[in-house]
Write a protein that binds this ligand. Structure first.
Ligand SMILES: [Fe+2]
Length: 378
C-alpha cells in the first residue's frame, strides 16, 4: 500500500466499493422482472458496499498510528467483497432466464460484467497480501477498529456436489452491522450484539444458503418430499435472515442516551409515520403498548414487528413465532423487534418487559419513516 498512512489504499477501497454499489443499484434498476430473492440479494450487496464506503470515510477522517493496519484490512476486505460480487454476478448471468431474455437488462448486465472483469483496485503489495491469507468478512469491533472473519456466504455453495446442481442460486450474505457492537449500550450490551450478529444471524444465513442448494438437489433428483422439507427450511431461514437484517436497521446508536435523544430528534416517531400511527393506533403510546403485547406473546421464540399493509392501506402490528412466516405475505415490515432469548437473556434474564422498554430507546425512527415513505409509494 502506498505511503505509510494507508490513505492511498483507503481511497482505492472506497472507489472499489463505490463502483460495486453503483453496479448493484444499476442491476436492480435495470433487471425488470427479476425474482424477489435476487432483488433482495442485490439490496444486501448495496447495503454491504455502502457500509464499506462508510468505513473508509471513517478511517479517512481518523488519525493515529493504527490507521495503516486498518486501512490494509479494509482494502483486503473490499477486494474480497468485489471478487465475490463479480463471481456471483457471473453465475447469475449464466443461469437466470430473465436476464437473458430482456434486451435492456442483458445490456446492463453485459456492461456491469465488463466493468467488474476489468476493474483492479489493488497494488502489487496487496497481491502479495492476498496470497498470504483468505479474504474475510469485515465486522465492526469498535470505533475505527476492524476484524477479519471467514466469509460465510459463498464457500458452502461453491463446494461439494450439491453446489453443481444449483449454480444459479446466489448466496446470501451476512450484512455488516451499521454500528459498533457497543453502540446500543446500555439498552443492548456489546456481547449480546456481537454474538447475536456473528453467531445467530450468521447461522441463519449459512442455513439459508445450504437449504437453497439442497432444495435444488432434491428438485434435480425428483425427491418431492425433500423439496417440501427444504422449501420449508429455506422459507424459515429467509424469514429469520430478513427480520434480523431489519432488526439491525431498526436501531441506531445512542438514540436514547441521556442528553442526546432530544438533540437527535428524540426517540419518537415523526412526519407521516407519526400521523399514520395516530390514525391506525390512536397515537404513539397506544402503538407502543400494542407492540409490547405482541412482543410478550412471542417472548423467547419469535418476533414482533410494525408493517405496512399495502392492500389495506394501513399499518399493522404482527408477531411471528418459531418458524411461522408473516401471515400477510404482502406486508412490508418497517420495524422488527427480535424476541428470541438470545436477543436479551444475557442482560435482562426472563424480564422481557425490561428489554422491550429498553428497545424503544434505540429505535431508529428516521429510518422507519424512510421505509414507511417508500412502502406507501410502492
Ligand atoms: Fe435473533
Amino acid at each position: 500500500m502506498g505511503g505509510t498512512t494507508g490513505l492511498h489504499g483507503l481511497m482505492l477501497a472506497r472507489r472499489q466499493a463505490f463502483d460495486c454499489l453503483a453496479h448493484a443499484t444499476l442491476m436492480r434498476a435495470a433487471a425488470l422482472g427479476l425474482e424477489p430473492r435476487y432483488l433482495q440479494w442485490l439490496r444486501e450487496w448495496e447495503l454491504s458496499f455502502g457500509q464499506t464506503i462508510a468505513a473508509a470515510d471513517r478511517l479517512l477522517g481518523a488519525g493515529g498510528d493504527d490507521r495503516r493496519r486498518q486501512a490494509e484490512a479494509l482494502q483486503r476486505f473490499a477486494e474480497a467483497q468485489q471478487q465475490q460480487f463479480a463471481r456471483q454476478l457471473e453465475r447469475l448471468a449464466g443461469d437466470n432466464e430473465t436476464l437473458r431474455t430482456n434486451a435492456e437488462t442483458e445490456a446492463a448486465l453485459r456492461f456491469i460484467l465488463r466493468e467488474q472483469r476489468t476493474a483492479r483496485y489493488i497494488t502489487q503489495e496487496q497481491v502479495t497480501m492476498h496470497a498470504s491469507g483468505p479474504p474475510g468478512d469485515l465486522t465492526i469491533t469498535g470505533e475505527g477498529s476492524w476484524s477479519i472473519k471467514p466469509l460465510a456466504d459463498a464457500s458452502a455453495a461453491e463446494s461439494g456436489a450439491a453446489a453443481k446442481a444449483d449454480s444459479a442460486a446466489p448466496s446470501y450474505v451476512l450484512p455488516l452491522l451499521p454500528y459498533s457492537f457497543d453502540a446500543l449500550e446500555p439498552a443492548i450490551d456489546a456481547v449480546t450484539v456481537r454474538e447475536h450478529h456473528g453467531v445467530h444471524h450468521r447461522r441463519h444465513v449459512e442455513a439459508l444458503n445450504r437449504a437453497e442448494v439442497m432444495l435444488s438437489s432434491a428438485d434435480a433428483a425428483g425427491d418431492a418430499a425433500g423439496c417440501v422439507a427444504w422449501m420449508r427450511e429455506a422459507a424459515y431461514r429467509a424469514m429469520e435472515h430478513e427480520l434480523h437484517a431489519l432488526y439491525w436497521r431498526s436501531m441506531r446508536p445512542a438514540a436514547g442516551r441521556a442528553g442526546d435523544a432530544d438533540a437527535r430528534g428524540g426517540p419518537a416517531p415523526g412526519g407521516a409515520l407519526a400521523d399514520a400511527l395516530a390514525r391506525d393506533f390512536g397515537g404513539a403510546e397506544p402503538f407502543r403498548r400494542r407492540v409490547a403485547a405482541a412482543a410478550r406473546s412471542v417472548a423467547g421464540c419469535g418476533w414482533a414487528f410494525l408493517a405496512w399493509l399495502p392492500q389495506r392501506r394501513r399499518l399493522g402490528i404482527g408477531s411471528a413465532a418459531h418458524d411461522r412466516w408473516l401471515a400477510d405475505r404482502h406486508a412490508v415490515p418497517l420495524l422488527a423487534l427480535d424476541m428470541w432469548e438470545h436477543a436479551y437473556l444475557r442482560r435482562y434474564g426472563a424480564d422481557a418487559d425490561a428489554y422491550i422498554a429498553a428497545w424503544w430507546t434505540v429505535v431508529d425512527w428516521p429510518a422507519a419513516e424512510a421505509r414507511f415513505a417508500a412502502a406507501v409509494r410502492g
